[in-house]
Design a binder for this molecule. Structure first.
Ligand code: MLT
Length: 302
């Protein structure tokens, strides 16, 4: 019997893909393998029984990879398993910003006692008039599973897509949508995109990749979308650019104390991968990886 301990709530139906000779245990000390979602593992000393960890998600910045590797523990992630969910929320973020949906919702809730709300709607229509995404350019930085799905959806919605990835092998063999071009560098994206969406892992190369040096080269009125990781953007540099309107809105799935108090920030509480489908896909892929490793020694997505 193999024993699995979950450090976070993991989709039940995903866990059901473990065969009968697997047991979910409450006590980490008994576990052969761990399943984790967002639990920050840096402070956690692993019991010697643990041989593998699977992250039900793409990012692994909540796991001390080097330390666990030195202890002989294999760490897996589940690339692509939640990509559609994150892509859909990114699209929603773009539409919320361009049509001021957040302001409209707040307005309705603030005016719900108004018995003559119809009369005030004319004012709201004027105040919250937006812009369309049709014909606009989205720059997508990072063309992995999420970034490339987003590129295809934006192209289908009539946008021009400019994509960049340091490793273009990630889209090898893919057919690019007609309205998509590969940029020569991120700089080309900064200079010409109306929307910029980040789809990068957080690591030493990408931390604060968006700082004031690059913000100043962005097109006036750009909308910046971050559904990847908080620290890709240097928050200390953001406020001035938001106040001046250089950056029209910062849409982030990672609210923090600083950005939550800034104007023109639209923050969502890390819901990118929070759909029933994505949670089930991630759990099922993670279960498969653990099973293959414990029983056959096969290592995938490590
Ligand atoms: C990811 O890295 O894929 C997401 O952060 C997953 C999650 O929301 O747990």
């Amino acid at each position: 019997m193999y024993k699995i301990h979950c450090l976070n709530n993991i989709s039940k139906s995903g866990l059901e893909t473990f065969p009968d000779h697997y047991k979910i245990v409450e006590n980490i000390e008994q576990a052969d393998a761990l399943l984790v979602r967002s639990y920050k593992m840096h402070e956690l000393d692993l019991p010697s029984s643990v041989l593998a960890i699977a992250r039900a998600g793409a990012g692994v910045n909540n796991i001390p990879l080097e330390r666990y590797a030195n202890e002989g523990v294999v760490v897996f992630n589940t690339p692509g398993a939640n990509a559609n969910a994150v892509k859909e929320l990114t699209l929603a973020g773009m539409l919320i910003a361009s049509r001021h949906i957040n302001l409209g919702l707040t307005w309705v809730s603030e005016n719900k006692e108004d018995t003559d709300i119809q009369k005030s709607i004319e004012k709201a229509k004027k105040a919250f008039a937006g812009t369309e995404i049709l014909g606009k350019t989205i720059g997508i930085i990072g063309l992995g599973a999420i970034g490339f799905k987003l590129a295809k959806s934006c192209a289908a919605l009539g946008m021009n897509v400019l994509g960049y990835d340091r490793d273009l092998n990630v889209i090898k063999g893919e057919i690019l949508p007609e309205s998509m071009k590969i940029a020569d560098s991120n700089e080309e994206i900064y200079a010409s995109a109306d929307f910029i969406s980040l789809h990068l892992p957080l690591n030493d190369h990408t931390k604060h990749i968006i700082d004031k040096k690059v913000m100043q080269h962005m097109k006036d009125g750009v909308v910046l979308l971050n559904f990847s990781r908080d620290q890709l953007v240097n928050d200390d540099d953001l406020e001035d650019f938001l106040t001046s309107g250089k950056i029209k809105a910062y849409v982030t799935d990672f609210p923090n104390y600083k950005t939550a108090n800034m104007e023109h920030v639209i923050a969502i509480p890390h819901l990118g991968a929070s759909t029933a489908e994505a949670e089930e896909n991630c759990a099922a892929m993670a279960a498969e990886e653990i099973k293959d490793y414990l029983e056959l020694g096969i290592i995938r997505n490590s």
